[in-house]
Ligand binder design. Structure first.
Ligand SMILES: NC(=O)c1ccc[n+]([C@@H]2O[C@H](COP(=O)([O-])OP(=O)(O)OC[C@H]3O[C@@H](n4cnc5c(N)ncnc54)[C@H](O)[C@@H]3O)[C@@H](O)[C@H]2O)c1
Length: 293
């Protein structure tokens, strides 16, 4: 159902690659809510993804830009204001990529050249976008910027690798710039910490299916879907959330506040039915030793 929450608002949406992308869903919802926007992605994504379909559906032009390249961003911001006929009211940063994750290089052996790339693409790009927009005074008063993040910024998740460091920096950039932009123009900047979601970026994480299943079982409301994330982002772009800024907002069905669930206890007990109690490690015959190894 649409509520005209973004009627008359103009924005830029970064990161829609295909119909699984969180940014894709946000674009669809923003369109339904009456927003006008430009879609952008790295030039290589133009070949890999299916952005033209989204562009037609949302009547949105595409401007390719590598979010780590200041010249590309300069052009993107200028051109977007020209196309949309004015300054911007919202920006979605939905960008993430780690060459270390892609190549299966583990955290204790990170390749530093790749590590720099991870941080540049997944975190510094937010700084570059905000800085470029500020130099051009491209954001209207009370504009809203949302960047997507993951709970691995606060807690360790095996396999998330250097993306955890990138997300911690991303969240900090949102706070630091949130102060500057808030003070100057009442512009709000938040990060949305989303549940594991089956997308191109998500499925690159080692053991993703198990992580997704674990989070779903641990969360009292279950994992949040990409469509639900889009709903949430739309409220953050709307005027209904004008005083929310510099926050990391968990959109994860409650996962980030859980410690132990009843279901997890039951599962834990089951998995030990075949095992001796802790400390009960005396007289096994050979067969048992093999069984409990
Ligand atoms: N999928 C999940 O489980 C999950 C959970 C929490 C947060 N997130 C975050 O959500 C965001 C969107 O990811 P997604 O899951 O929709 O996957 P996705 O693969 O659909 O989106 C990632 C996007 O980043 C773009 N990108 C990569 N390098 C770029 C560059 N140099 N310049 C511009 N764009 C570039 C890709 O082309 C792609 O469109 C990411 O920040 C991701 O970390 C995802």
């Amino acid at each position: 159902m649409a509520y005209n929450l973004l009627k008359g608002k103009k924005g830029i949406i970064f990161g829609a690659l295909n119909d699984k992308s969180i940014a894709w869903k946000v674009a669809e919802r923003a369109h339904e809510e009456g927003a006008q926007f430009v879609l952008t992605n790295a030039p290589i994504a133009m070949r890999m993804g299916s952005m033209n379909e989204l562009s037609e559906k949302c009547n949105a032009e595409i401007i390719p830009a590598d979010a780590t390249n200041l010249e590309d961003l300069d052009h993107l911001v200028e051109k977007s204001m020209e196309i949309l006929g004015g300054k911007l009211d919202f920006v979605l940063h939905s960008i993430g990529m780690s060459p270390n994750v892609r190549k299966g290089i583990e955290y204790d052996e990170l390749k530093y050249e790749y590590y720099h790339k991870t941080l540049d693409v997944s975190a510094f790009s937010l700084h570059k976008i905000l800085s470029t927009a500020r130099k051009k005074d491209a954001l209207n008063d009370w504009a809203s910027v949302v960047a997507l993040t993951y709970v691995a910024a606060q807690r360790t998740f095996v396999g998330y690798n250097d993306m955890a460091d990138a997300k911690a920096i991303l969240e900090s950039i949102a706070r630091s710039f949130g102060y500057i932009y808030g003070r100057e123009k009442k512009i709000r900047i938040n990060t949305v910490s989303q549940s594991p979601t089956l997308t191109t970026a998500g499925s690159g994480i080692a053991g993703f299916d198990k992580l997704e299943d674990f989070a779903d079982r641990m969360s009292p409301l279950g994992n949040a879907t990409a469509d639900e994330c889009a709903d949430y982002c739309v409220t953050l772009f709307s005027d209904l959330t004008k005083k929310v800024t510099m926050q990391n907002l968990f959109h994860d069905g409650g996962f980030s506040s859980m410690g132990m669930s009843l279901r997890a206890i039951q599962q834990y007990e089951k998995s030990f039915e075949d095992c001796p109690p802790v400390g009960d490690d005396i007289p096994f015959d050979e067969k048992d030793v093999e069984r409990f190894r």
